[in-house]
Design a protein around this ligand. Sequence first.
Ligand code: SF4
Length: 220
Amino acid sequence: MPAEALHDPPIDCPLCPRLVAFREHWKTQEPDWFNGPVPTWVGSVGSKSIKLLIIGMAPGLRGANRTGRPFTGDYAGDLLYGTLKKYGFASGEYGGEANDGLQLNQTAITNAVRCVPPENKPVATETNSCRSFLKATFVRFPELQVAITLGKLAHDSTVRALGERVAGNPFGHCVHHDTKPFSLISSYHCSRYNTNTGKLTTEMFERVFARAADIVQRKI
Ligand code: SF4
């Protein structure tokens, strides 16, 4: 299978030398951590039942890079999973570990950049290189109805992956974009920085998921 068709990168993906070096560094420092490209989390359901896709920026060093599951093990996960549960997109208890038993309902979670970047900042070439996996992820979920993009980097990369113009689909909080074959809702990222500074409140974040729930329910 050609690399362009892979929806999850190989564990030793070599495409971004800076991120490969960072992965290798942390493998030495923390050999029990995941320390690799974090795959999309689909839960135990099949790809054809996925209606909502959450797209984050990149794994957090001590979150997904440690646990191997997107948004798991750091602050951003507390807010994301609590909100997913509230709107019926997840069930069970979120425990901050990949084996906590939490289930996703009609939902998958991925990142625009699959490897943890130094200082939480991917560069453009890395985002561009990882986009082939994002594009293949869209193909993987043929019944996808809406994607929530968390932060501008994830949003812009998703718009480009769909072959649309970023200028025609500008990032903004809780903005709905009528893209094809599924629509997008852009949202501020649920990072501790954004919530601590008041840029994103729980209520603002919940509005995004209420809108997504409305879209999914309307099309079932
Ligand atoms: S960020 Fe993506 S493209 Fe770059 S090395 Fe990791 S998996 Fe490969």
